[in-house]
Design a protein. Sequence first.
Length: 302
Amino acid sequence: MSEVPSARFGPVTVYFGAAHGKYPDGNQVIVRGADSAVAFDTPLVANRLAAQLRAVDRVILGHVHEDHMAGLHLLPDAPIHVHAADLQAARSWDGLARHYGYPRPVLDALQLKIRRDFHYAPRPDASGYADGATWELGGGVRVRALHLPGHTAGHCALLVEPDGIAFIGDIDLSGFGPYYGDASSSLADFRRSLQRLPQLPARAWITSHHKGAITDRTDFERLLAAFARRIDERQARLLQLLQAGACTLAELVRARLLYPPHASELWIDCAEQRSIQQHLDELVEAGRVQHDPASGRYRTAS
Ligand SMILES: [Zn+2]
């Protein structure tokens, strides 16, 4: 098996998943202090890093999704830490099912898929942490959790101090843009988290997918601005669809706001529906869109 490419930033090593950690893979971060070592998440690539994983003392999850738990089965005895708002999703399939919030037939198919493709196993032993939680790794190396919800309710950045290396998880700065398509996702929270992210005292930013490691603040801010703009672009397209004629939510889901027409993952219609509904709610609240409960149709406010 070929060696996994990696990059080192002081106490932090990033192991890059296949295709730069593009979903379904991700980038594995391991932080080594003088006394102990931690893994941030365990994407699929963790399964090619068994020796490195076995040397960690604990796993801190930045959030819960199937692609971030794919190596936990390698560490059955390691303590697993996750923000309290994502804790039930880590502990049981029922918790994860509520976290996704999809209809039962989709959940049933998804459970089979993530067992097969992501080595999925719940962790009833996982423990919850709060915003601001810290872990001392020895030699002055410390990890601090910073709650940046939106992608999931418990999504956190994990900041390695004093070096200022920030693991920003699925605020992944990808061309796709922010994902807020699950029951536990929130568009409003995601907007606030994107505003707060540049204030983190960081000098390097590591994403779970795609971008990997960014070491220049100007590059980071440019990528972050483009990522955040995807939300505005989706809103503009939604208004355009509504200007062309009143639509029901089901029609808007069929027209697709996030995914290209050929994309065929199990959850796409559910994610489209949840995302579009949040945009519609915002636009109705702002008085820019009207909803007719009788017909279920949305139209732009005249
Ligand atoms: Zn995720």
